[in-house]
Design a protein around this ligand. Structure first.
Ligand code: SAH
Length: 259
């Protein structure tokens, strides 16, 4: 047996969903329950029930690569490690950070048993609150320019809107970059009808949840914060007004002609 085949530990990258345990999959719950060590951003770890004998390593939201490396080192020493993300770990989250570390790290990390456990991502939770805005082709963009240049974000926004995609905007704003969503809306207003529906879903599934449905010409970027996901419709996305009930936002499945 080669030395590398003997690496005994395990690393699971686990999605917690957007809120509490109602939106945690049974698989994710089972993996969390049998881990010997948990790694994650503090606010996410707080969602995982405390279990005797399970170590917890909290880190800051921005320290993703360092956290991934620490979790891999621990797993390589034989631990059963779970590293947690909000939503789905593959969507702007820990799964890619772990892969980056595996690719850059020592060869032994490539022999580890590494698994990825999906979760409900924020755009699906927000979409479900209002109807079916993602019912036709859509894309997801992070507005954060921490890991890519703002010029690329602008180019992708224009391409997505120009191609008729519904656009889910993750990380629409933060204290360090409060101007980005306003710039994004300005750019989208040049490409899409003012009547295009815009959905702001904040802290969906949590006690402080709020949903705001607006049109692009009236959408106020200052109501979004770091816990908000914004869905900008396409020219086909529609709002159904209802008596005594919240409106439904949806994008019909059929598109008859290319405009
Ligand atoms: N991996 C996560 C996304 C991480 S990026 C996922 O799959 O959902 C963080 C962004 O996700 C936030 O800025 C916000 O845009 C969105 N988000 C996460 N949880 C949310 C929630 N409960 N309600 C609305 N948006 C949420």
């Amino acid at each position: 047996m080669s030395r590398q085949a003997a690496v005994p530990g395990q690393l699971a990258v686990v999605g917690l969903g957007p809120a509490d345990a109602r939106w945690l999959t049974p698989e994710a719950g089972a993996v969390l329950a049998r881990a010997s060590a948990l790694y994650g951003y503090g606010a996410y770890l707080d969602r995982v029930p405390v279990r005797a004998g399970q170590a917890r390593y909290r880190s800051d939201n921005r320290e993703e690569r360092g956290r991934a490396a620490a979790a891999l080192r621990d797993a390589a020493r034989g631990a059963q490690v779970a590293i947690v993300s909000g939503g789905d770990p593959g969507v702007f989250a820990m799964a890619a950070a772990v892969c980056e570390e595996i690719e850059a790290g020592p060869p032994a990390w490539r022999s580890l048993d590494v698994g990825f456990v999906p979760g409900i991502t924020a755009m699906l939770a927000v979409a479900a609150r209002v109807g079916a805005p993602l019912g036709q082709d859509f894309c997801a963009l992070s507005l954060s320019d921490n890991l890519k240049p703002w010029a690329l974000i602008e180019r992708r926004l224009a391409a997505a809107a120009g191609a008729g995609f519904v656009i889910a905007l993750y990380n629409p704003t933060s204290r360090a970059r409060p101007w980005q969503l306003a710039l994004a809306f300005d750019q989208l207003r040049r490409l899409l009808p003012g009547s295009t529906p815009v959905v702001f879903g904040r802290a969906v599934g949590r006690s402080d949840e709020s949903i705001v449905i607006a049109t692009l010409d009236a959408a106020d970027p200052t109501i979004a914060d770091m816990a908000t996901l914004v869905i900008v419709g396409s020219a086909n996305t529609r709002i159904i007004e209802r008596l005594g009930r919240a409106p439904i936002v949806y994008t019909p499945r059929a598109i008859e002609a290319v405009s």
